[in-house]
Design a protein. Sequence first.
Length: 104
Amino acid sequence: MHKIDELPKRYADAVRFAALCIRQDIEPSTMGHLACAAQSAFRAGVLYSNNSGRGWHLLDQRKARFERLADELGLKVTWPGLYPDLTTKDGYAFTVPYIEGRAT
């Protein structure tokens, strides 16, 4: 059996993404939208933090979008920092995968 760490990073990330989708019973495209919304909220939080509190409306808007998507999937959202954590109804906590590249 091959180890995931032997793969190039991009492929290893894809395998982890697929495994998370299977474990959480979430369609990959839905997980992709969730990841995109998480990264968008993260970037809005960075912008807010680096601009002395300006841009709070964008941060609130992006966080609300992420929370709405998570709620549709029955996931509880917590914000321990700039990047959200999710918890399933069964109590399994996980972080949305970070996907390299630019999210909208």
